[in-house]
Design a protein around this ligand. Structure first.
Ligand code: KIV
Length: 269
């Protein structure tokens, strides 16, 4: 009984929703048990983002991520951070219509202990989100710059540069909220757009590249810890020089191996 009560208290969607206008939410991505455990105490939500296809699988975009790949990583994250509110990012092609989306979300719930799934799309995908939420799947929306649209849009384009586009984004957010989503990721938009979108809905809006005006922030862990060196998007802050630290440590290890100072007598059996 106590296990059931604890699990419910920890993975509580109501707490996330109630944060709107009360507390800024901190979300971070994780793809494995090791890092998920490090983030567990601090993050309000852990997102198993399909960005793992780029940072872990070395691909140039997120589009080739598969549902099985996402499930594998989500299982690891849930194992490492059992008390966290974990969200699985539904990969490209896994929610092309209402039925596919529901079958695939049920597979996620059956095979992982993720609390929710995330879906990219606004007004155009509201019917899919509604079908999921009506069937007891917790859904986080994702609007603005949507990485799964990169090939069809011809690149990553910052949104909300015109009032017309801001109005579209506001309509997207309202449609996603009406469809029953508990929160929305808002990516790559001008700050004025983020202000209007955040005000337009009663659910938390979690920004990434959307200024500090949203109800919370999300960052990809390998970006914020400075492990990803190829380029630094404008919105990323490096809280650590991860790549430099790792390279220095590995160099030190190699020197120690080469000069036989590792292992020492204390490190022997
Ligand atoms: O895949 C991901 O990591 C994401 C975040 C950028 C929000 O969707």
């Amino acid at each position: 009984m106590s296990i059931i009560k604890n699990d419910f208290e920890k993975q509580n969607i109501t707490k996330i929703k109630d944060s709107k206008n009360n507390k800024k939410l901190t979300m971070i991505t994780a793809y494995d048990a090791l890092f998920a455990k490090l983030f567990e105490e601090v993050a309000d939500m852990i997102l198993v983002g399909d960005s793992l296809n780029m940072s872990f699988a070395g691909q140039s975009d997120t589009l080739s991520a598969t549902l099985d790949q996402m499930i594998y990583h989500t299982k690891a994250v849930c194992k490492g951070a059992p008390s966290s509110f974990v969200i699985l990012d539904m990969p490209f092609g896994s929610y092309i219509n209402k039925n596919e989306a529901l079958q695939n979300s049920i597979k996620v719930y059956r095979e992982t202990s993720a609390a929710a799934v995330k879906i990219e799309g606004g007004e155009d995908r509201a019917d899919i989100i509604e079908h999921l939420t009506k069937n007891s799947i917790a859904v986080m929306g994702h609007i603005g710059l949507m990485p799964q649209y990169v090939r069809s849009e011809g690149g990553y384009k910052v949104r909300g540069k015109t009032q017309e586009d801001i109005n579209q984004l506001v309509n997207d957010a309202i449609a996603v909220e009406k469809a029953g989503a508990f929160a929305i990721v808002l990516e790559g938009v001008k700050t004025q757009a983020a202000i209007e979108i955040t005000k337009a809905v009663n659910i938390p809006v979690i920004g990434i590249g959307a200024g500090n005006v949203t109800d919370g922030q999300v960052l990809v862990w390998s970006d914020m810890l400075g492990f990803f060196e190829d380029f630094k998007p404008k919105f990323v802050r490096h809280y650590m020089k991860g790549a430099e630290l790792v390279k220095n440590a590995v160099n030190e290890y190699r020197s120690d191996v080469q000069n036989s100072s590792f292992p020492s007598k204390e490190e022997e059996y």
